[in-house]
Design a protein around this ligand. Structure first.
Ligand code: FE2
Length: 368
């Protein structure tokens, strides 16, 4: 290990994009545009010379998603979807130097996914490299400082006549990984040693247990705090942990949820609900005592209760958050919508109410 712990050997400028492998990218792109208000940005597929896959790039503020699907069987993407269903393949990180990011991480033990490659077109160049993380998930390092095209070489601008209004989604706040039994500390060590992250918060099974299911979690953050990866593992409870249900249906470790920031959660969630996005239901009893726990907040309680938005406070302020139901038929990936008003934590005070809501859904699926 290096003895100099003070310099950030892997400076990150946040999430560049999240790429999903899905069964039908055309329909998925339509869903994310319609329901969440993403805008069409770029496209790659057979018409642009890509014979293997079709990819739709959509964007809202600093939030960029790619929906990709294979055009034929017997390839890496088709195998991924067969095994995992729709899910997150790439958590791509913005860097100044993708070659150095690859060298710094692989020399510390990361398994290479992709050696640095320079992609060039008439708008400049993008350098991409990548390393494996938990399950079949990959971190790509994206260097685009010498590029001024619409997305990156290989993609063309996607102009669409259909442009639903945005919903106030701003950027990725954090991305949570679910890993297997006794694997949390393995991946905590990976993020510490290979990527120079720090463990900023920990929750054990006493913090995160309800009558039935339990999990443990540690939050990993990079130096500037732009990239935060909480890592969950299941814990023993009376019945099956929600993390175990995920591992069963995803067929392994993977991304459990992507948390997306907004500046006005009441407005954002109102629009998302109108457009058919489903969220976990929170019992009325939660709202009878929540203000005793969190104290005074700027918002009226009634709209928060009507929408099922949760509230929590830490030393630095408070936060408002809500969790969607799974975004596909398998009970795997979901989204969190979060508005931070000073708080830098993750809603520990809501775990009990949240997990009871999750368990009601898990029970309906016969998996509790
Ligand atoms: Fe979260």
């Amino acid at each position: 290990m290096t003895s100099n712990n003070n310099t950030d050997f892997l400076p990150l400028h946040g999430t560049d994009y999240v790429e999903f492998y899905v069964g039908n990218a055309k329909q998925a792109a339509h869903f994310y545009k319609t329901a969440f208000g993403f805008q069409s940005l770029a496209y790659s597929g057979p018409e642009t010379g890509n014979k293997e896959k079709a990819s739709y790039v959509i964007r809202q503020n600093k939030l960029t998603f790619i929906l990709s699907t294979p055009l034929r069987p017997n390839n890496e993407i088709a195998d991924h979807i067969l095994k995992h269903g729709d899910g997150v393949k790439f958590l791509s990180l913005k860097v100044d130097d993708a070659t150095d990011a690859w060298h710094q991480t692989t020399k510390r033990g990361a398994k290479s996914y992709k050696e640095p490659e320079t992609l060039i077109d008439e708008f400049g160049e993008v350098v991409i490299s990548g390393i494996h993380t938990y399950g079949e998930t990959v971190h790509l390092f994206i260097e685009r400082k010498n590029y001024n095209g619409v997305f990156m070489p290989g993609f063309v601008e996607w102009k669409s006549a259909y442009n639903p209004k945005e919903t106030g989604l701003l950027y990725v706040d954090h991305c949570v990984g679910n890993v297997g039994w006794n694997q949390m500390n393995v991946w905590v060590k990976f993020y510490e040693e290979v990527m120079g992250f720090k463990n900023i918060l920990s929750f054990d099974d006493k913090d995160i247990s309800t009558e039935y299911s339990a999990l443990m979690s540690k939050v990993m953050s990079n130096g500037n705090g732009y990239v935060k990866f909480p890592i969950n593992e299941p814990a023993e409870g009376k019945k099956k942990s929600q993390v175990e249900e995920y591992l069963d249906f995803y067929n392994g470790e993977g991304v459990q949820h992507v948390a997306i920031a907004t500046n006005n959660i009441i407005e954002t969630v109102s629009i998302l609900k109108e457009r058919g996005v489903e969220f976990l239901n929170i019992p009325e009893s939660y709202y009878k005592t929540v203000l005793d726990r969190v104290g005074k907040i700027d918002e009226d309680l009634q709209p928060l209760q009507d929408l099922g938005i949760l509230i929590d406070r830490d030393d630095e302020g408070y936060l408002l958050q809500i969790f969607s139901k799974p975004l596909q038929d398998r009970p795997t990936l979901f989204f969190e919508i979060i508005q931070r008003k000073g708080a830098k934590s993750f809603g520990k005070g809501n775990f009990k109410a949240l997990f009871e809501a999750l368990e009601r859904e898990q029970s309906l699926r016969g998996n509790l």
